[in-house]
Design a protein around this ligand. Structure first.
Ligand code: AMP
Length: 174
């Protein structure tokens, strides 16, 4: 089984090959076709099994078509920690190098100015920790009504960290 067999575009397969991967891991083989069909799914796999690419890759191909709009991200990835958010952003940069996609990272502990500027310029992929996202939402800097894809990464950890009320609020704005 190859990445092309999963239905990913040639541009994306080229970026994956450039990273040195030619065979999808089991979680990628199972998840990618369903995400490409825009199905809802719960995916469970150990750390280190290629889980990140199982949502990043199909998202890139889905978002390749369509237009960015100010303040209205087209997709949202929620992460429990700043470190994980930064890792997912790195994946988007590597795999999305052949695509014209704008990404913004909304995490705490850094100035809001650049984040607000990025939102205003239009974002295809928003990667956020719940606290900072809620903060910007309450300040009226972001609208989630144009968001067609939602990923709740490490959902078990999100539960442990008490993020569920925030996630429920965020989901009610989609
Ligand atoms: P993750 O589980 O998403 O944290 O990924 C763990 C590691 O596996 C990362 O270093 C990825 O770059 C790598 N990886 C992702 N997909 C594959 C693949 N298909 N084959 C080999 N390694 C991969």
């Amino acid at each position: 089984m190859s990445f092309a067999d999963l239905g990913l575009s040639p541009e994306l397969v080229q970026a994956v090959t450039a990273k040195g991967y030619d065979t999808p891991t089991p979680i990628q083989a199972q998840a990618i076709p369903s995400v490409l069909m825009m199905r809802d799914l719960i995916a469970i796999a150990q750390t280190g099994t290629g889980k990140t690419a199982s949502f990043v890759l199909p998202m890139i191909d889905i978002l390749a078509h369509g237009r960015r709009r100010a303040m209205m991200p087209r997709s949202l990835i929620l992460e429990p920690t700043r470190e994980l958010a930064a890792q997912v952003a790195e994946n988007f940069e590597a795999y999305g190098k052949n695509h014209d996609l704008k990404m913004a990272l909304l995490i705490g502990g850094v100035q809001m100015g650049d984040q607000v500027k990025a939102l205003n310029e239009g974002v295809d992929v928003l990667i956020a920790t719940p606290g900072r996202l809620m903060d910007l939402f309450e300040r009226g800097k972001i609208l989630l009504t144009g968001c067609d894809l939602l990923v709740i990464d490490e959902a078990d950890r999100m539960l442990d960290m008490g993020f569920i009320p925030d996630i429920e609020t965020i989901c009610s704005k989609l």
